[in-house]
Structures are given as structure tokens and as C-alpha cells.
Ligand binder design. Structure first.
Ligand code: AMP
Ligand code: MG
Length: 421
């Protein structure tokens, strides 16, 4: 039977994510929850703030009793951490610091900057001394009400939210030392090839380093997964079968190489022998066309071509979105930017090309895209130099300088610049 023709990139992406489900949940301490996706809503155990408190360093007063210009005795001292429930005696004011509980009876805070004490304008009076105020405050001025941010029992973080600094601060403030998050997918890496050695043996005659495994392990961890690199597999059917059988104990499997039409490419046969349904093989894409995706009982298999750039690019296009979905993310694909070509490019129109390029602001509120060098699927240096990839869609061949193209960032390089603008 002839093999099915290569499918478009977008169709491949759709067919992958529709076969992926988020993993189950686990509870982790909030100190380990960074970048994890909440599997359950977080409900506050507390009111925030937990009591009426001062928003300023100053004096807690009864607004109606303030006589602008007249002296007021300082009868209470309320530093942060002061006991709540203290009463403000009639005709007195309380020295109060930001966050300290409002004394019973007081309804406003006058900032110290708007007061004059024995030591002068803007300087605190000591308890027992007197203070004068410039103006009478509105009731409620500079008071934060109990529960005005969060009320006890309310949802403060919805399920599906990604835990970053602000979310962790909220969970902690709401009384949670741990949260329920979606489990990280464990991803086995199977490198195939008689020519491969690990990095410790770099320089061995007739051998190349299994560089892809290290790069992909890094990308798996960046994508939220846990990488499980397995030993290099020789190009032999039995060894390939056994390696894939072992790898299929993980949530997902990434194989490298051996998935093309070479005489010793055994990966697809080994997948089938292990009961993997091959959902598709080959994408109309360069670099990275001979990519296959399969599923086996809730586990997914991504068979990446061996050429280094092909492997890394197909990871970004097909594996990372799947790992994000497994990890609970609703947003699985990077946003594309629009950029203006700094130079003409020529490709073939039969497939989508992803070209390594650098982006620079061009001074007209636009991005300018320049190719970083030779685009062969084994050329890592032009990938290292790139901020991302520009996309020449199927059906397009030559593009002139100045044409607008889609650009997809790699990692977050373009998010950063050397100096403030
Ligand atoms: P393959 O897809 O197995 O035909 O491999 C294509 C090319 O990628 C060959 O030149 C391989 O040597 C190279 N290659 C395959 N696997 C790896 C790997 N794990 N790391 C680096 N290069 C690789
Ligand atoms: Mg090979």
C-alpha cells in the first residue's frame, strides 16, 4: 500500500492535540509549584486583609473629631503586628503604621506627612505628645477594610491557572501551603543510530555525539515535562522493539532518528510491533518532514527525524504543544508575530518552510527578519543564532525583501533587550 501523502503542519498539530488529554493531579508544596497548572480551584481560608488596617504610616482618628490646626493627644501606639481590638479613647488619636489593625472607634488615617508634631512638620509625635493636622479626613480615608481584597470562602485562583509569583503569593496569603496541580509528563527519549555515542565519547572515530538527546531533554524540561533519556539504540529491529517497549512505560515517548525511508530505519515498525497506532507519518514541512505521531492506550509517541534542526523544530511544533496540554495548559501554541523580510527568500511551494532568523525592531514599530545562515537540517549554528523561525507557507515560493511574514519565537529570546528603551 502506498504511504499517505505528507499532511500540512496545522493539520498535524490539530491531530496531535485532539488525541492528548491532561494528566491527573498531584498535591505539591507551593515552593514547588512554579509554572505548574492548577488542577483545582483555590478557595481562601481567610479574609484578606484579615482586619481593618491602615494603608499609611500616620494617625488613626475619628474623622468627625479632627479640628484642623488644633492639637490632638497621641494616646495609643500601633506598630505593624499590634494587637487588634484595642479601643481609641475619646478625643485622642493613635500613632499607627501601615498594616496595623485599626483601633475600635477610629474611622480614618491621616498620613504623617500631613501632620505636625513637636519635632516639626511630617515628623511623628511620641505617645503622650500632641499632634496637629492640616485637614479633616473623610471617614474611611486610608483604611483598608477587612476582606476588601478577598473574602474567606471565595475562589481566589481558578482551576487551569498557571502558578507564577502572583498566584503563589495569593495561595500562600489565602492560607494554602500546598496546591493541587496537574502532574508533569514523564517523557522517555529513545535515540537510534549505530553512529551515535554519548558526549563523554566525543571525538571517537566514525561516531557523532547524541546531541539531540541533550537538547531535547532540555526542551522537555522547559516545556514542563520530566525527561527520561534511555541508552542509545543500535539500528537493529529487536533492539529498537525492546527500547520502545521500555519507553512506553512513560507518559510520552520521543524517538530520534530512524523514522525516514532509510534501509535501516526501524522505528515505525517497532512502534507498530508495540501496539502503537500511527496516527500520521510525514508532514509537508522543512526541516522535519519525516515526523510520525502515534498513540498507545493514553500514551503518545513522537518520532522525530534525526537531523538536529529537524528534531528540535519538530519538537517545538508538535511535542511541546502536546506536553503543555498534558500538563494542563489551555494555551499550547506560541503566538505568531508579523515581521518584515530584510532580504528576499526563495523556497519551494510544496511544503511549509521554517527558516531560522533573527528579529530586530526596524524603527517603524515593526520587526525586521533576517536569515541567520545556511538552512540545512543539520546546521545547528544558524539555529543557535536565531530568535525564532519565519514561516513560508505551502503554496508560496519566492518572497521579495519587504514582504510581511509570520514569525514564531523560540523560547523567550525576543522578550528581552539589553537596556531600557
Ligand atoms: P536519521 O533520521 O536516523 O536518518 O538521521 C539523520 C541524520 O541525523 C544522520 O546524519 C544522523 O547521524 C543524525 N542524527 C540522528 N540521530 C541523532 C542524534 N540523536 N543526535 C545527533 N544527530 C543525530
Ligand atoms: Mg538513523
Amino acid at each position: 500500500m502506498p504511504a499517505a501523502p505528507p499532511i500540512p503542519v496545522a493539520e498535524a498539530q490539530r491531530r496531535i492535540v485532539e488525541r492528548i488529554e491532561p494528566l491527573d493531579a498531584e498535591r505539591v508544596p507551593i515552593t514547588r509549584a512554579r509554572d505548574r497548572v492548577l488542577a483545582a480551584a483555590v478557595v481562601s481560608k481567610l479574609d484578606l486583609p484579615p482586619w481593618d488596617n491602615s494603608a499609611m504610616d500616620g494617625y488613626a482618628v475619628r474623622a468627625g473629631e479632627v479640628h484642623p490646626g488644633g492639637p490632638h493627644p497621641v494616646v495609643l501606639d500601633l506598630p505593624a503586628g499590634a494587637r487588634s481590638g484595642q479601643s481609641l479613647p475619646p478625643d485622642g488619636v493613635a500613632r499607627i503604621m501601615t498594616g496595623a489593625p485599626m483601633p475600635i472607634g477610629a474611622d480614618a488615617v491621616i498620613p504623617v506627612e500631613q501632620s505636625t508634631g513637636p519635632a516639626g512638620s511630617g515628623a511623628f509625635a511620641e505617645p503622650g505628645e500632641e499632634v496637629c493636622f492640616e485637614v479633616r479626613p473623610e471617614p474611611g480615608a486610608n483604611v483598608r477594610r477587612r476582606g476588601e481584597d478577598v473574602s474567606q470562602g471565595s475562589i481566589v485562583l481558578e482551576s487551569g491557572i498557571v502558578c507564577r509569583g502572583s498566584e503563589i503569593a495569593m495561595a500562600a496569603s489565602a492560607g494554602h501551603a500546598s496546591v493541587d496541580v496537574v502532574r508533569r509528563p514523564e517523557v522517555a527519549i529513545v535515540s537510534t543510530g549505530d553512529e551515535l555515542v554519548e558526549v563523554e565519547a566525543a571525538g571517537t572515530a566514525d561516531r557523532i555525539v547524541n546531541g539531540n538527546a541533550y537538547g531535547l531533554a532540555t526542551k522537555i524540561e522547559q516545556a514542563g515535562g520530566v525527561a527520561r533519556p534511555l541508552p542509545i539504540v543500535p539500528d537493529e529491529p529487536d533492539a529498537t522493539n525492546e527500547a520502545i517497549s521500555d519507553a512506553l512505560t512513560s507518559d510520552a515517548v520521543v524517538t530520534i532518528g530512524g523514522v525516514s525511508v532509510g534501509g535501516r530505519d526501524y522505528v515505525r515498525d517497532a512502534l507498530v510491533a508495540n501496539g502503537v497506532e500511527i496516527v500520521f507519518w510525514r508532514v509537508a514541512l522543512r526541516p522535519g518532514g519525516p515526523f510520525a505521531f502515534g498513540v498507545a492506550g493514553g500514551r503518545s509517541v513522537f518520532a522525530l527525524p534525526g537531523n538536529p534542526v529537524s528534531a528540535l523544530v519538530t519538537f517545538d511544533l508538535f511535542v511541546r504543544p502536546a506536553l503543555r496540554k498534558m500538563s494542563g495548559h489551555e494555551r499550547c501554541f506560541p503566538r505568531h508575530l508579523r515581521a518584515r523580510l530584510a532580504e528576499p527568500i526563495s523556497t519551494r511551494s510544496d511544503k511549509t518552510y521554517y527558516l531560522r532568523c533573527r528579529l530586530e525592531p526596524n524603527g517603524s514599530n515593526e520587526w525586521s527578519a533576517s536569515i541567520t545562515g545556511p538552512q540545512g537540517s543539520g546546521v545547528l549554528s544558524s539555529l543557535v543564532a536565531a530568535d525564532g523561525m519565519l514561516i513560508v507557507p505551502e503554496g508560496v515560493d519566492n518572497l521579495p525583501a519587504g514582504a510581511m511574514v509570520d514569525f514564531v519565537p523560540i523560547d523567550d529570546r525576543i522578550a528581552w533587550q539589553k537596556a531600557v528603551a
